[in-house]
Design a protein around this ligand. Structure first.
Ligand code: HEM
Length: 311
């Protein structure tokens, strides 16, 4: 083997490409390129992102608490974005495209559900070391979480109150409150496709909490009873149901992780804690998609034991 140094090694080759300074180097046998036009850290704003973890205590476990909340907030931000993409497709009757986007949202939710396992490594003692420093700060004040609830279909205007003083958050929440939700868009799509949806469900004051309706339940039941006849709407119903199914699982894992960490203590936000979170498990986004299942029935078949292939 020659001892002569490789002239390419440790040297950066400079050129101008597309009008910007461009760099190339050979690192461990690979040709690596970058340019001054757009770098990884400028695109992703990693400096800002990685300088946004500021513990309020000197306790080592607070960092986990901060990063868990921040990553969840980022995922919620993406879900808000994707839900709006899906809603635009539903309103244009591009149901298959909307289905693809809703699959992505469901996958994000499953990822978030799984990530509670990381927070579950925070023992009651670990949390108590910094709990006092949090004062009254609580996830209850997450305006993105509330916006996602509104966007999916759960409108609870009173909850905007806690954002008094944060005008930007209040404006976003008020805008989402006053606009159709994902479920409103779904019901409009059903009506356009010929389902019997009452007019007061497709033209209403969007800021009002959605009231379940027997006729809507019957429309879903008709779709679910004969999927072959209504496949696109049936598939839409199942994609939407999956979102609530996983959202509830997220709520459940949050509640169970909280129980594991603080037992039945009150929350930092002042609520009854676990009891408050248990109550949230009864909240619905798409009520008739659930109630309809109870009332569905199959035509009677298979009652003759003499014809049963297993004797
Ligand atoms: C050890 C960790 C955690 C504890 C002990 C905890 C505790 C609680 C409690 C007791 C509440 C009820 C409100 C209150 O009185 O404060 C609450 C609400 C909430 N928490 Fe957490 N939490 C934890 C982690 C998280 C994480 C990582 C997130 C992610 C963003 C989160 C998001 C929320 C949200 C969105 C609410 C409002 C739920 C609703 O109003 O339905 N929490 N939390």
């Amino acid at each position: 083997m020659s001892d002569k140094p490789d002239p390419d090694k440790s040297t950066i080759r400079r050129s101008i490409e597309d009008g910007v300074e461009t760099f190339e180097a050979t690192i461990e046998g690979e040709t690596i390129q970058w340019d001054s036009g757009l770098t990884y850290s400028r695109h992703l704003q990693t400096e800002q992102l990685l300088n946004s973890q500021t513990p309020v205590s000197d306790k080592p476990d607070e960092m986990l608490f901060i990063i868990m909340h921040q990553t969840m907030e980022l995922w919620i931000k993406l879900m808000l974005h994707e839900t709006r993409v899906a809603m635009a497709d539903i309103s244009a009757d591009r149901l298959e495209r909307a289905g693809k986007t809703m699959d992505r949202i469901a996958t994000i939710m499953r990822h978030m559900i799984h990530s509670w396992e990381v927070l579950a490594t925070l023992s009651p003692h670990d949390f108590l070391t910094f709990r006092g420093f949090l004062r009254k700060a609580s996830g209850f004040q997450s305006h993105q979480y509330r916006e996602l609830e509104f966007l999916l279909g759960l409108k609870r205007p009173d909850l905007i109150l806690v954002h008094d003083g944060n005008e930007a958050a209040k404006a976003r929440l008020t805008e989402t409150l006053n606009a159709p939700s994902l479920y409103d868009e779904v019901l409009q799509a059903l009506a356009r496709a010929g389902a019997d949806i009452p007019q007061n469900k497709i033209e209403r004051d969007w800021s009002e909490p959605y009231e379940p309706d027997d006729a809507v339940e019957q429309a879903w039941q008709a779709i679910y009873t004969d999927p072959d006849q209504h496949w696109p709407l049936y598939a839409l119903g199942e994609k939407v149901t999956a979102l609530e199914y996983y959202f509830q699982e997220w709520r459940f894992k949050h509640m169970k992780t909280v129980a594991r960490v603080i037992g039945h203590k009150h929350g930092t936000g002042g609520s009854s804690g676990v009891n408050y979170l248990v109550k949230a498990l009864d909240l619905d986004f798409f009520p008739e998609l659930w109630s309809m299942r109870t009332h569905m029935s199959a035509k009677r078949e298979g009652g003759d034991y003499n014809e049963c292939p297993v004797q």
